[in-house]
Each structure stands twice: as C-alpha cells, then as structure tokens.
Design a protein around this ligand. Structure first.
Ligand code: BG6
Length: 482
C-alpha cells in the first residue's frame, strides 16, 4: 500500500550509508509504487553539490545496484540536494523555506551522520521550527559511545523532538528473519511451551562478516565491535529471542518486553570479563580468496587496541532463562558472511536406542538472517530403508525465497516506510538504549582497565582461539551446520 506523501531529508546524504542503503531502499519502494510522486528526498551534506550533481551520483549508485533505467529517471525527479553545515547559518533559511513549502507532508529527518552532530542538527531544526507538525527524526546507531554520551544526545534531541517523534533505528530489526521470529514464536503453539530454561540448553547468536573496516577505519577505531555491533544489533536479536510474549504488537507492548530482558542481563565487569568475554583484532590473511591487510595496516596506526571481534557469554537473570547461556559473537574478516540465531534444545532425558544406531543429536532451531534467509529445525529421524534402526539428523527447511518466490526487501526499505507511517514498534526506545549501554559500559571499562590488547587473529579464520575455548569450556561448540 502506498504511504502518504512525505519529505525525507538525509543528513549525511553523500555518506556511505545513504549511498549504499538508504537511497537504494527508497528507490525500490518507489519502483514498487509505494512512494507517492509528490514526495521529496533531500540529501544534505557539506559538499557544494547541486541537485543535478547529487542526482548523477545517486543514478550511478542505483545503476550499480541493478535499477531499471526508466524507473531510476522517474525516481530521480523526487531527489534534491542542499549543501548545509549544522554548525553554520548559511543556507538554513532556504532549506527551512523548502521544507515549509509542503506543510501537509510527513517530514522525516534522517540523521545518518556521526553522533557528535546529532545535537547541532536537532537544535537547528528546532530553531527553524521544522520539528512541528508531522515531523520525525531518525537516529542512526550507535547513539553515543557510552551511557553518559547517549544520555547527553537523548536529552538534547528530546528538547527538540518528543520521544514519540524519535526513531532510533537498528536495521537488524527490519530483517525478514527477525520479523519471522515473532511469527514463529507467537503464531505457533509448538515452540512457546519449550521456550525456557527447562528445555533450551543454550542460544548462539553469530554475526560474521568477511569485510574489513576499509574506508570506515576512522569511525570504527573509535567504536570497535562491542559498540558497533553487540550493544545494538546482537542485543536486539537476543531480546527478540528472549522476551516474554507481548500482549500485542503495539510499539510499547513489544518494547516493554525487550527492555525487561536488557535489564535482566547479568552484569559483566572486571571481576568476570576475562572469563566471559573475548576480544580480537584481525591481522593480515585472506578474505574471499584474496590476501588482505591487517586492521592496524588499514588504520595506519600500530597502536590501536580497538577490537574487531567479540565473543561474549551473556546470561539473563530471570525465571525463564536462568542458567541458559546466550553465546554472542561477531567479527570482521571472518571466513564467511553469515548471521544466525541458533536455539539448541536439551538432549532427550533417556535414550532408548542402541549406541550402534548412531549419535542422538540435540534438536536445534537455526534462524538464518543472511546471506540466505531461512529457518531450519533439526530433528532426529530414522535413516530411511532397510538396515535396522539407524538415526539421522535432518533439517526441516523453510527457505523463504524458494517457498514464496520473492526477493526479500532490504531491512531499510521496511523501516523507512515504518517511520513515514508513524510505526515505532521496530525502533529502540530511549530506555532500551540506556539499558544496553548499562550492560556494555562495564565490559568496556574492564577491557580498558586490564591494559591487555585484543587477541590477534588471522583474517579468514573464526577469530581468536579463545572464542572457541569460551564455548568449549562449557562442553558446547559453535554451530557449523548451514
Ligand atoms: C552496521 C555496522 O550497523 O552493520 C557495520 O556499523 C556492519 O560495521 C553492518 O558492517 C552490518 O550490517 P549487515 O546488514 O550488512 O549485516
């Protein structure tokens, strides 16, 4: 269904995220007829470009993405550009007049800049009265670099935009499989009775990337994997697995339940960080068949202690999950690009089978987010045919692309339209961000205080061997079935 006409302003309009994700996402929704022709997409950056220059670079990005030429031409008519600096007055009058010219439009200000600019941009938007009417602001993660800076940003943004106008995006929540997790957990009677410490042995959440930090080294070196991925994406996935059934899909019903999970995370600090966390940094090695430089070479700084890999054994201190570890790991320059949630069930209480029948493996539910999106339930069956009762572990497969024959939309496509529609269910509320930092801060402090460097790992391997030891110490292994 088409959304109402809107003006979407992208601050950081020439940046990596805008070019690689936001503009293609808008193009795809436009090509599918969901964006009315009177909508406007306005890129903002400091570069002295004009509309034509911005359209030309947008065209290039869309063509590389495989867009259709005539649809790209039509889409570009919606695209505009203004050169603005959040810290200078120049051009803001003209920009305010441009936005003010369409007072009935939903206005979305998408802040795809470094978080240090969020406050200046919001203050300007407030000064020029652009926060009124159907205005919404989207904040990209990470919000700050710790609880204190997140609070400063949220306070300052909150003086200009109401919480109901503020959309803190975590694009992992827009991924198809994550939504499907909701359908699976709460649309079936099968899983919920088993979804607890009595029947679940442990959960693994892996977000592995083959890419290095490349051009983003400047940003990344101030963040590191815990701030860039774990504090937001991995914790949000953990929440979707662990939350209690919300009473509805209304924004606060869902976010209240996620918040309870975040607040129940067991504290990790200097007393236990060395047993419960592993951090690594990639060295030169291979990625997708090519030899690649190490992190420090890319950064051109041989002293950085920034981690490009993290593994954590997290625990949730509540009745449902007591004693069930959630092993989280994420890293750059790992052997393959794969994101998955693996729910491993307990073994059957007693085996009636002869050992010669084979190993009785534990049931596993594997929710794959990427590269291919699917859900597999691993079960034990009898090996077909004669030859006695031999056990076999097979997966019941539900591959979305094959089952429905459709291309899944990118997470940003769904989430941007949710902002336009005014639906914040899949966005983080302020208290969630705070609770996530409350958990992450003591880990970061413990690492900093330890004086230790991250463990080196060769590009193209699964991180430092300590990450394998983290799970194997508990008699478990990282999932290897695809
Ligand atoms: C971003 C991180 O939020 O997510 C990046 O800043 C990371 O470092 C990216 O590469 C991964 O997203 P996706 O959708 O490609 O898994």
């Amino acid at each position: 269904l088409p959304v109402d006409p809107f003006d979407l302003v992208i601050f950081g309009g020439t940046g990596d995220l805008a070019v690689r994700k936001l503009l293609p996402a808008l193009y795809h929704r436009y090509a599918d007829g969901q964006i009315p022709e009177t909508s406007r997409i306005i890129g903002i950056a400091r570069e002295g470009l004009d509309d034509d220059g911005y359209r030309a670079s947008t065209r290039k990005a869309l063509q590389e993405n495989g867009g259709d030429k005539s649809k790209i031409d039509a889409f570009l008519k919606l695209v505009h550009y203004r050169s603005l600096d959040a810290r200078k007055d120049d051009g803001w009058d003209d920009f305010a007049a441009l936005i003010g010219g369409q007072p009935d439009h939903v206005r979305v200000f998408y802040l795809s800049t470094s978080p240090e600019l969020f406050v200046d941009i919001c203050n300007r938007l407030g000064t020029y009265g652009l926060n009124k009417g159907k205005a919404r602001v989207v904040l990209e993660k990470p919000i700050g670099r710790d609880l204190k800076s997140a609070n400063q940003i949220n306070d300052a943004v909150g003086r200009v935009f109401d919480e109901s106008q503020t959309y803190r995006i975590d694009h992992y929540l827009g991924k198809e499989t994550v939504q499907n997790l909701l359908a699976l957990r709460f649309g079936n009677i099968l899983f919920e009775p088993l979804w607890n410490a009595e029947h679940i042995d442990h959960v693994q959440i892996t977000v592995a990337e083959t890419l290095g930090v490349g051009q983003r080294a400047g940003y990344y070196d101030h963040a590191g994997a815990l701030r860039d991925m774990v504090q937001n994406h991995l914790l949000q996935l953990l929440c979707m697995v662990a939350m209690e059934p919300p009473s509805s899909l209304s924004p606060d019903a869902v976010r209240d339940e996620k918040l309870k999970v975040l607040r129940s995370l067991k504290h990790i600090d200097e007393s236990n960080a060395s047993q419960l966390t592993v951090r690594g940094q990639y060295r030169a090695g291979a990625a997708e068949g090519q030899s690649v430089p190490g992190y420090l070479d890319e950064l051109k700084d041989h002293k950085s202690n920034t981690e490009t890999f993290v593994a954590v054994k997290a625990e949730i201190a509540n009745w449902r999950w007591a004693g069930v570890p959630f092993y989280l790991r994420t890293g750059k320059r790992l052997p393959e690009r794969v994101s998955e949630i693996v729910v491993v069930f307990k073994p059957v209480p007693h085996s009636i089978f002869d050992p010669s029948a084979g190993v009785l493996a534990q049931n596993r539910l594997v929710l794959r987010l990427q590269p291919d999106e699917n859900i597999k339930l691993w079960v034990t069956i009898k090996h077909p045919g004669p030859g006695g009762l031999r056990l076999r572990h097979v997966s019941l497969d539900m591959s979305f692309a094959e089952a429905f024959g459709v291309q899944q939309p990118d997470a940003y496509e769904r989430l941007i339209l949710d902002v336009v529609r005014g639906n914040p269910t899949l966005f983080m509320r302020r208290d969630e961000v705070e609770a996530a930092w409350h958990w992450a801060d003591p880990i970061l402090a413990a690492w900093a205080d330890s004086g230790e460097s991250p463990r080196p790992y060769t590009s193209g391997t699964w991180g430092p061997s300590a990450a394998v030891a983290l799970i194997e110490r508990d008699g478990r292994t990282w999932n290897e079935d695809s």
